[in-house]
Design a protein around this ligand. Structure first.
Ligand code: UT7
Length: 351
């Protein structure tokens, strides 16, 4: 029988009672046992962008919080970055690629339309026993992929799952459009998930709303607008975005997602030790933190260094927060992301 969780007592006792109660559906729990990230060496600063479009370091910094972003080599595909991050995550987890049962790549910039980028990762890693697929949930992709991996683990179907967020957004950026080109960067983050005896994923919540799909999209190259001279000339293979509309939704929905995932456990934002949001805009993140009553020390930020890397943003932020000891054993961590689709989600993890 499920134990009752009461939202009483101080923060420590509240979180402890949740751990004892176990996840809602089963006693088996999935956790993250290894993390890795990869960032291309090339740095594109706001000063560089000033020479490319009509913008300024001052505008980009104050409106977005971004100072620089990483750009992959022409020869580097999304799977190449994913492989670098994955090797590091496998080392961190202390397992071999052959131990993997499943590889999920969250990306909106796959190497090709098909096969999946996950299959390219499998090939490069020699992960011959893994089932492989990609998921397309844009900036919420890493959170979605964690939730998917968790289902396979808690049902006992798979034991070792590699979850990756990898993006080469520079390949779909219109470098003449100042509204978007200042925002994005390239990179990859990966985690190995497995059944855990203590800690792990306590709860999650994901959601979608296709009604607002026109706020952020890439129209060309799919079955709606197959590649042609016309689609190339009209720049349909680049990201189109209505930033200010998204901004308002992002704040509201990220707060809602965090709240919803915590409520399932009888916890509140006050119980969070480290909040790892998708890094879209510093003003969004400060507004979210304010609404949630989070202080700066509970909010992990790396947007200044990397910009918005879609599905890779949350993955890299989590990896960096753990490696730099901003997250310690026993901490209550919340991942929270929002992106095109619209898609969104939050995951509560006891570290
Ligand atoms: O990743 C998941 C989802 N993505 C998001 O959640 C992104 C959310 N949106 C945003 O981060 C912000 O909306 C942006 C950073 C994209 C834009 O900031 P904003 O404060 O919403 O600016 P705006 O789009 O309302 O534009 C304000 C002005 C405009 O000029 P006018 O029309 O007022 O004369 C733009 O043309 O700023 C201008 N502008 C720029 N100026 C200098 C837009 N981009 C630039 C630029 N440099 N790079």
């Amino acid at each position: 029988m499920k134990k009752k969780v009461r939202n009483k007592g101080n923060k420590k006792t509240r979180v402890k009672s949740v751990i004892k109660a176990g996840p809602a559906t089963t006693r088996r729990r999935a956790g993250i046992i290894g993390l890795g990230s990869y960032l291309p060496k090339k740095i594109l600063t706001n000063r560089h962008l000033e020479k490319m479009v009509d913008t300024s370091d001052e505008w980009i910094t104050t409106r977005t919080g971004i100072k620089q972003r990483r750009i992959a080599l022409k020869s580097q595909a999304t799977s190449d970055m994913a492989v670098r991050a994955s090797k590091s995550a496998l080392r961190d987890a202390g397992i071999k690629a052959a131990d993997l049962d499943l590889i999920i790549v969250a990306t909106i910039t796959p190497d090709m339309q098909f096969p999946s980028t996950a299959c390219f990762v499998q090939k490069a890693l020699n992960a011959e026993n893994a089932v492989c697929f990609d998921i397309g949930a844009a900036c919420a992709g890493f959170v979605y992929a964690i939730v998917i991996a968790e289902q396979f683990i808690i049902t006992g179907k798979y034991k070792k799952v590699l979850v990756i967020g990898s993006e080469k957004l520079s390949s779909v950026t219109d470098w003449t459009d100042r509204n978007t080109c200042v925002l994005f960067g390239d990179g990859a983050g990966a985690c190995v998930m497995a059944p855990v005896r203590s800690g792990g994923i306590l709860s999650s919540y994901i959601g979608s709303n296709g009604k607002n799909s026109d706020l952020l999209f890439l129209p060309g190259g799919g079955s709606r607008n197959p590649a042609s001279h016309k689609t190339v000339d009209s720049k349909l293979h680049c990201i189109k975005m209505q930033g200010n509309e998204l901004f308002k939704m992002a704040v509201r929905i990220m707060v809602y997602a965090a709240d919803k995932s915590l409520k399932k456990l009888g916890l509140t934002c006050k119980d969070i030790d480290m909040f790892i949001p998708h890094q879209a805009n510093i003003r969004i993140l400060f507004a979210v933190a304010k609404k949630m009553g989070l202080s700066r020390k509970n909010l992990y930020l790396n947007i200044a260094k990397y910009g918005n890397m879609s599905s890779a943003s949350t993955a890299i932020a989590l990896c960096e927060a753990v490696k730099s000891k901003h997250i310690k054993k026993g901490d209550l961590v919340v991942l929270d992301a929002f992106g095109a689709g619209l898609t969104w989600g939050a995951v509560v993890i006891k570290w």
